[in-house]
Design a protein around this ligand. Sequence first.
Ligand code: HEC
Ligand code: HEC
Length: 382
Amino acid sequence: MRRTIVGLGTASIAWGLTVAVAGGQAAQRQQAPMAEDVFKNVQILKGIPVDRFMGTMGFFSASLGLNCTDCHVGESGGDWARYADDIPLKRTARRMMLMVNSINQMNFGGRQVVTCNTCHRGTNRPNVMPSLALLYSSPPPVEPGELFRQADGQPPADRILDRYLQALGGPDRLSTLASFVASGTYMGYDDTEKSALEIFANAQGQRTTVVHGRAGDTTTTLDGRNGWIAGPLSERPVPLLALTGQELDGVKLEAEVFFPARIKQALTNWRVGFPTSIDDHEVIVVQGTTAGGGTATLCFDDKTSLLLRMVRFVESPVGRIVTQVDYSDYRDVAGVKVPFHWTVTWLDGRSGYELSTVQPNVRIDPAKFATPPSSTSANPRP
Ligand code: HEC
Ligand code: HEC
């Protein structure tokens, strides 16, 4: 027993270091509480902020095809504190983290090439035999988002981005869009009805999104530097969740898409991959790196040059946490094309956003972009 505890301690130190390096300067932008400061029984996943810790839980669920409560006591579904209780599956998951860490250390120079998903692929019991059914079925569609280098024979990213800016209305028009206030609806993965949605945004990278859900409001705010999600405790373990590092970069990039005049500056190390297709659309695939080292891939419709999909991933101690946004229904707002519909898909959820009105260039009270008050959202878990 004691030996296990010593082993766990060492592992958490090793991970702390990897994460600190991967997070780069982005992690230092703000002081967010660490998982072990907020949760009661964190033995391995120490030294990472709460948003990354929760992303890691989503990675577990997706890789193993399990629900949150499969690795936690059933009562945790109604009480965040009960997530601290240990059950055999949760202990196995801890052991597996150590196993994966040592596989990568001993065989791959510490690079994160083996993850939970490498073996599990969506099931709790990895298959020991190759699957004949899979072998003789048509291969699953290629998922854009993997890291790539500039592909041979492809145009430079600059040219693709210029075509995109032109298709949206051209750089001159784009520079006249300084702010907007929008309203519409939001629909979560397991919601049965739509909720009212409000968005306040400006070209300085400030953006506040409010979803008036049944359990209470969920407010996502970017103040231009930092970001938070404030919402009912039925949805997140803390009433005010700080967005950090590569995740913060990613949410900022999602906001930039609505003021794309600065899109070229939003990422670095731009590269163009081989064209592919999404549904029936031929797409040009462009990838870049965020300030904190995250990766974002933009898929542009070859015909219209508009952005159809953005796939971004952030690094975590156990693997890449991927988020995909699909844009559609571009409409004209003050001479600029704006997507009125988008769907965000991530490892443990999917949400649809639909705009009905967008008022361009209205004055927005700066207080809208202040840290959201967590008190309005401290609703009891239903
Ligand atoms: C494959 C198993 C597994 C799945 C699935 C899983 N977890 Fe966990 N969870 C763990 C392990 C292991 C820990 C402890 C991590 C450590 O000790 O570093 C943990 C810890 C937690 C904690 C911290 C509890 C405390 O106070 O110490 C929370 C909260 C949590 N999980 C929430 C979730 C949520 C929400 C989901 C679903 C999205 C989820 N978990 C899915 C294995 C899992
Ligand atoms: C090298 C392959 C491999 C990797 C990587 C791996 N696992 Fe496993 N895991 C297994 C195998 C094999 C089993 C089944 C063992 C058995 O049948 O006794 C298993 C079983 C489990 C179980 C028990 C499932 C059950 O229903 O009993 C959990 C939980 C689990 N793994 C979590 C994880 C997590 C979390 C990760 C990533 C940190 C991970 N595993 C990475 C091979 C792997």
